[in-house]
Ligand binder design. Structure first.
Ligand code: SF4
Ligand code: SF4
Length: 233
């Protein structure tokens, strides 16, 4: 996915959760992205807010949202159900964009033009660019209304960041009994030779295969989510 595709997914949601860390304590608030270009994705805050201080202190942010609704319905048994849609999240490094640089971007670009207008109206406002990040779109259809599988997970990265692997993996210990394959309601497991393998794009990391495997062949993999870099390309 390109930055434009990522922006479009976030923009369709509108209001997003922005998470930062303040001396080890997680903090969240609702904000929105207003533009994108080859440098990254852009949002605004005020220099007077704790959000601003946290962004400058850590130079990190994590953003997420859900489309088309965040409403949770319930089925006849009272269990939660969700109409088909997606969640999207991105985590990475931010830098503040000076007003003059924003004005330069605004030449002929309506998205940035509106950002400049807003700052001129509210002078305490400033702009940040998420310039190096990774994330994923978690496209769900849990009742399989529109396709034969529940999940399509698409991971993306930009600005020099790599996508870390997080999820379940079947090791060489697998003896091919097929118990996990039968159990997986996400149809994320297939056979490869005499053993089973997991398709990460279909896997929900629900853990059913992990609990059912008789020989502990399923491992949980959590790679470091962000390796800091200096590249802004
Ligand atoms: S349940 Fe375990 S041993 Fe059996 S196929 Fe799955 S991973 Fe392999
Ligand atoms: S973690 Fe859940 S969704 Fe993923 S492969 Fe195992 S059973 Fe399937």
């Amino acid at each position: 996915m390109k930055r434009a595709d990522v922006y479009e997914k976030f923009d369709a949601i509108g209001s997003l959760v922005f998470a930062t860390v303040d001396k080890g304590v997680p903090q969240t608030r609702i904000a929105h992205l207003f533009a994108f270009d080859d440098e990254g994705l852009y949002f605004r805050t005020m220099v007077t807010k704790a959000f601003y201080k946290q962004l400058n202190d850590t130079e990190l942010v994590s953003i997420c949202g859900m489309y088309p609704t965040t409403t949770i319905a319930h089925d006849d048994e009272g269990m939660p159900s969700f109409e088909p849609g997606y969640t999207i999240r991105a985590t990475g490094e931010v830098r503040e964009i000076p007003l003059e640089a924003l004005k330069a971007k605004a030449q002929g670009n309506e998205m940035f033009m509106l950002g400049v207008k807003d700052i001129e109206k509210y002078p305490a406002m400033t702009t940040f660019c998420l310039h190096r990040a990774w994330g994923e779109v978690f496209d769900f259809d849990f009742e399989k209304e529109n396709r034969p599988h529940k999940l399509e997970r698409t991971r993306f990265c930009f600005g020099g960041q790599q996508v870390p692997f997080q999820g379940m993996r079947i090791t060489d210990v697998c003896m091919g009994c097929g118990a996990c394959l039968e159990r997986c309601s996400f149809t994320a497991i297939g056979r490869e030779g005499d053993r089973c393998v997991i398709d990460p794009s279909r896997c929900d990391v629900c853990g059913d295969c992990y609990t059912v495997c008789p020989v502990d062949a399923v491992e949980i993999v959590i790679q470091d989510t962000l390796v800091r870099g200096t590249a802004g390309h």
